[in-house]
Design a protein around this ligand. Structure first.
Ligand SMILES: *Cc1c(COP(=O)(O)O)cnc(C)c1O
Length: 221
């Protein structure tokens, strides 16, 4: 199946309020252009700074680029002039750096807080405890050039659907708790980015607002 058909199948099977981020990592610019032109898809996800920069240069400015990989603080400056959403903020050091670079380019950078919900060690993200400590300390309130839009998480890589569902339920609960405790006056805190090709249906059941689909649209990598 071609990518527009794959895209349509997903688009028409999910509720309108759920947005798709087309994860284009490793895929050529021509595929991004095709989806952008034929389906009005604006949001694309990349996980490598160098690859993102090259693609950004070749594609129209209206594309809404999301960074979804582990972001090193020394590379923040390359993407802050144009990034639409940093989904993978996983440390205070990083968000502080994003803020600093936001000041420099006079942009308020939209960010999601990545929370570790999987059992695997390797995946990046805050623990809920770290996040609460950071928010309790109010150290983020001085960050004038970041806008926290919500949370992002990845489930464990497993065939056990019950476990995946439990992890997504946990992320949904964290989102709600954080919203009522720290962001109750901030309407911008509204996104729950969870769900990829193999688990987006479960994620939507459990409250996802943003799904990140790569292989399900563009084919295997
Ligand atoms: C690669 C990637 C995806 C997309 O994965 P697929 O299984 O190809 O849909 C989603 N989120 C993150 C963080 C990724 O790195």
């Amino acid at each position: 199946m071609d990518l527009t058909k794959c895209f349509d199948e997903i688009r028409f099977s999910i509720p309108d309020h759920v947005r798709i981020v087309a994860v284009s990592k490793t895929k050529p610019v021509s595929m991004i252009q095709e989806l952008h032109h034929t389906r009005n898809q604006y949001s694309f996800g990349e996980n490598k700074v160098q690859e993102l920069i090259s693609k950004h240069e070749l594609l129209p400015d209206e594309i809404d680029w999301h960074f979804i990989g582990h972001l090193q603080t020394n590379k923040v400056k390359y993407i802050t002039p144009f990034i639409g959403l940093v989904q993978s903020v996983d440390s205070f050091r990083l968000i502080n750096e994003i803020n600093k670079e936001g000041v420099k380019c006079n942009r308020i950078i939209p960010c999601l807080l990545q929370i570790h919900i999987a059992t695997e060690e390797a995946k990046f993200g805050f623990s809920i405890k770290e996040l609460r400590e950071m928010l309790d300390n109010k150290i983020m309130e001085d960050l004038s050039h970041v806008s926290i839009r919500g949370v992002m998480g990845m489930a464990t890589f497993t065939y056990d659907e019950k476990q995946i569902r439990t992890e997504f339920k946990t992320l949904y609960k964290y989102f709600n708790n954080l919203r009522s405790e720290y962001f109750s006056t901030n309407n911008e805190f509204c996104e729950i980015s969870m769900g990829m090709t193999d688990d987006y249906k479960i994620a939507i059941d459990e409250g996802s607002t943003l799904i990140r689909i790569g292989s399900g649209i563009f084919g295997g990598r």
